[in-house]
Write a protein that binds this ligand. Structure first.
Ligand code: FAD
Length: 145
């Protein structure tokens, strides 16, 4: 029978400490705050809010950023990549296998990046931001003709 050997943890060598659910990098909050216009939420309440999704898993994230723009998304990725900190984007959190919970900086795209930019029902195309709700999109996708 084949056995699975885990590879190296990609977080090894990252310039951050995260042990026992506590963030040991207080400057991380300030570093992210300086780089984004959106909300940076590292308080206990917010972290617990984002510790679950529609699955049975529960993992408290390092912190949460609610980006206001694609520039914010890029800034978080750039900084966290440099520091070796995992980033986990999240939409509605309805995935069922724990995909949106982890020890990472969670990006909540539904907060301010939920715009429906344009729809063309006849061509069956739509341009949306990553956090758009399908419930908002569906009525605008119906052809009037
Ligand atoms: C009651 C119920 C019924 C369901 N029925 C169906 C069904 O009928 N058919 C079906 O296909 N699914 C179904 N699902 C599953 C779920 O709805 C889908 O998985 C859904 O598409 C997930 O969308 P989300 O926005 O909630 O993504 P999330 O759960 O927030 O994220 C899903 C994954 O995508 C990643 N991700 C999210 N946003 C981004 C981004 N901007 N950039 C990069 N990665 C990103 C996340 O990191 C995660 O890995 C159901 C779920 C529930 C709870």
């Amino acid at each position: 029978m084949a056995t699975h050997t885990p590879g190296p943890d990609p977080r090894d060598g990252g310039d951050f400490d995260y042990t026992g659910g506590e963030v040991e990098r207080p400057d991380l909050v300030d570093a992210l705050d300086r780089r984004v216009d959106g909300d940076v939420r590292f308080d206990e309440y917010s972290r617990r809010m984002y510790a679950t999704d529609a699955s049975a898993y529960e993992v408290t994230p390092i912190g949460v950023v609610v980006p206001a723009s694609t520039a914010d998304v890029a800034a978080v990725h750039e900084y966290c990549f440099e520091e070796g900190i995992p980033v986990l984007p999240r939409g509605g959190g309805t995935s069922l296998a724990g995909q949106t919970v982890n020890e990472a900086v969670v990006l909540d795209l539904t907060g301010e990046m939920d715009a429906i930019l344009d729809t063309d029902p006849d061509a069956r195309t739509a341009r949306v931001q990553a956090g758009a709700y399908v419930g908002d999109l569906t009525p605008r996708s119906r052809s009037t003709g």
